[in-house]
Design a protein around this ligand. Structure first.
Ligand code: ZN
Length: 313
């Protein structure tokens, strides 16, 4: 039985996590006169997502819009399959990611390289989004599900160049994907959601400002769910993005290798944990271990970013 429940008025959260050893992820079904599915999760969770929609009392064949916030496999991996199963929905893709969404062969190859042999077993195949069903956007486009839920899609690069957020102008809820950073509940710390190879901290910080300017009342993150302290989330994600950039760059400029960049980022996050609301709960050793876990992806992401910018060799 998939975990699915109502998280806000007319909004249902569906768990799309493929396995316990990979990050938790979620999709959201928004129900009005019409329905939108924001994120699909990977193709390996298709059966569970479709049955969760039925268990919630809705007909998946009636979904009008499938809206993955970006084309990473844990968000959009199941979008092609869903579109091939059900003839109704349009699938929204930002123009920057459209080529890979319509022909996922290269995306599939690079994702396989990242995840290795476990890939197919965990995430399943990526099927192409049929070209006549794709709605390729630039950002700024809108759609309505009825009187209660109207959406504006806003381009928010940083986590990935093809990332956009889905803002419900009627309720103030913003489906953030990973564009508002990442919340690490255990340590009560926000960081940028920083995956290699295309992460850009400066674009991320600009995107946090774009989100702030929309004045959302709540954020729905596709990994950690509902966040209502919007101001704290955005300002701390921006602080972390800047702070992590500074310490990673300093370590790289000093000739640091992967382990030294890891130590620098780990030290920075450990200090944030100590200064944060849960700081007193952990011993320095526990803080170090938790911080190390939270920066695993960021080490490669920042290293590749500064090399791409020509700031280190
Ligand atoms: Zn992502």
């Amino acid at each position: 039985m998939v975990k699915a429940f109502q998280v806000l008025d007319g909004v249902y959260q569906i768990d799309t996590t493929p396995r316990e050893d990979v990050p938790i992820s979620k999709a959201f079904l928004v129900v009005d006169k019409e329905m939108a599915l924001i994120e699909t999760g990977p193709a390996s969770r298709n059966v569970e997502v479709v049955s969760a929609i039925r268990d919630l009392g809705f007909n998946p064949a009636e979904v009008s819009y499938v809206v993955p916030t970006h084309i990473h496999i844990d968000h959009a991996g199941g979008a092609g399959l869903f579109a091939q199963q059900f003839p109704k929905p349009r699938v929204v893709v930002h123009e920057t990611g459209a080529r890979h969404a319509l022909d996922p062969s290269r995306l599939l190859e690079s994702t396989r390289q990242t995840f290795g042999d476990k890939f197919d077993e965990i995430y399943g195949d990526i099927l192409p989004i049929p070209a006549d069903r794709a709605w390729i956007i630039k950002g700024g486009e809108t759609f309505s599900l009825g009187a209660g839920h109207e959406f504006k899609m806003v381009h928010t690069p940083g986590h990935a160049p093809h990332h956009f957020v889905v803002f419900d102008t009627k309720t103030g809820t913003l489906f953030a994907g990973e564009a508002a950073g990442n919340y690490h509940e255990e340590i009560d710390v926000y960081t940028p959601a920083a995956p290699p190879p295309a992460f850009d901290p400066e674009d991320s910080i600009r995107s946090y400002e774009v989100i702030r300017a929309l004045n959302p009342t709540a954020l729905l993150y596709s990994h950690c769910g509902l966040i209502t302290d919007v101001e704290r989330a955005l300002s701390e994600a921006a602080e972390s993005a800047k702070g992590m950039a500074e310490v990673a760059l300093a370590a790289l400029k000093a000739g640091g290798d992967k382990e030294e960049v890891t130590k620098a980022l780990q030290g920075y996050i450990s200090e944030r944990i100590a200064a944060g609301p849960k700081g007193k709960r952990f011993s320095p050793e526990q803080r170090e271990a938790l911080a190390r876990r939270s920066v695993r992806m960021a080490v490669a992401a920042y290293t590749i970013y500064f090399k791409r910018k020509g700031m280190v060799t």
